[in-house]
Design a protein around this ligand. Structure first.
Ligand SMILES: Nc1ncnc2c1ncn2[C@@H]1O[C@H](COP(=O)(O)OP(=O)(O)OP(=O)(O)O)[C@@H](O)[C@H]1O
Ligand SMILES: [Mg+2]
Length: 274
């Protein structure tokens, strides 16, 4: 990590950030070009995904279990690499990043999982601060940024609490604070409400929407139709390895209650076929 003036942290790949002044800032934040991913020979999980996500969008990613929602997100943070096609993040081909550059990519992503992935015997502060400490950020700045992130997720003043004493909804808020504290341009949330009661699920969805309102792009994977039905966000649905899209939520897509119902695609834009 490079430090400039005292207290000012120079962020590598700053052009990935929302609002960065660069021609890269005008490009879509994410482009999938005919992406294939195989875990088994002759049985692609993703077969020809084409997708453009503009900066500042909020998208649900949906589809039945096994459709490839997690795989799609994992390709973005380079847990896996594509077998064919390209994924461009702010114009950069993710597959072509050297292994040594992958941490720079991930600094520009906030990732939230279904099972929270917080360290239970750490304090709330420690769980959030770790994302900045690995960037070698000065202690004073870490404290200020963590306090701000905790406030944004509704946990102001809870930094000293041990995480294991928090409810599931609160632990997920800690995970969201950890994801946003680095001010990523793109948040990837993989079933972030999957372990939560319906009313807590709405709270967490609302929290992501508040983060989105500050300019962050959000991909929110869920198979919870009741949750998606409450909002008019763009829906990216995976169906048999391809993408079907509804630009304005479930209302524009009456057949969505059964994504596998291939005959009920009125209102949908079929993005990839063949
Ligand atoms: N690391 C892996 N190794 C082998 N197969 C995998 C791997 N990851 C995913 N798959 C397979 O790819 C397919 C898509 O899995 P994925 O986890 O992306 O689906 P999903 O839509 O996230 O499902 P869920 O709703 O259950 O989370 C499944 O058939 C799965 O078994
Ligand atoms: Mg999954």
């Amino acid at each position: 990590m490079t430090r400039g003036a005292p207290g000012k942290v120079v962020r590598p790949f700053a052009f990935f950030r929302a609002g960065a002044q660069s021609d890269r800032a005008n490009r879509p934040i994410l482009v999938f070009e005919d992406v294939y991913k195989y875990f088994k020979k002759d049985q692609p999980t993703l077969r020809g995904i084409n997708l453009v996500v503009e900066r500042g969008e909020f998208c649900f990613v949906t589809g039945p279990s096994g459709a490839g929602k997690s795989t799609l997100l994992q390709l973005i943070y380079r847990k896996h690499t594509v077998d064919a096609g390209r994924i461009l993040f702010a114009g950069r081909d993710i597959a072509r990043l050297k292994s040594s550059s992958v941490p720079f990519l991930r600094r520009n992503l906030g990732i939230v999982f279904q099972d929270f992935k917080v360290v239970k015997h750490w304090t709330v502060f420690e769980n959030v601060a770790i994302a900045l400490e690995i960037l070698d950020m000065p202690r004073r700045l870490v404290r200020a940024r963590v306090a701000e992130a905790l406030e944004r997720v509704g946990l102001a003043g809870r930094g000293g609490d041990r995480t294991e004493g928090l409810s599931g909804g609160e632990q997920q808020r800690v995970a969201v604070a950890r994801a946003i504290v680095t001010e990523p341009a793109l948040i990837l949330a993989d079933e972030p409400t999957g372990n939560l009661d319906p009313h807590l699920a709405i709270d967490i969805l609302t929290l992501f929407e508040e983060i989105h309102e500050t300019g962050t792009t959000v991909l929110f994977a869920t198979h919870d139709h009741s949750l998606m039905g409450k909002r008019d966000h763009r829906i990216i649905a995976l169906d048999e390895g391809r993408v079907l899209e509804a630009r304005t939520g479930l209302r524009s897509w009456p057949g969505a209650m059964d994504v596998g119902a291939r005959t009920e695609t009125s209102g949908l834009r079929v993005v990839a076929s063949g």
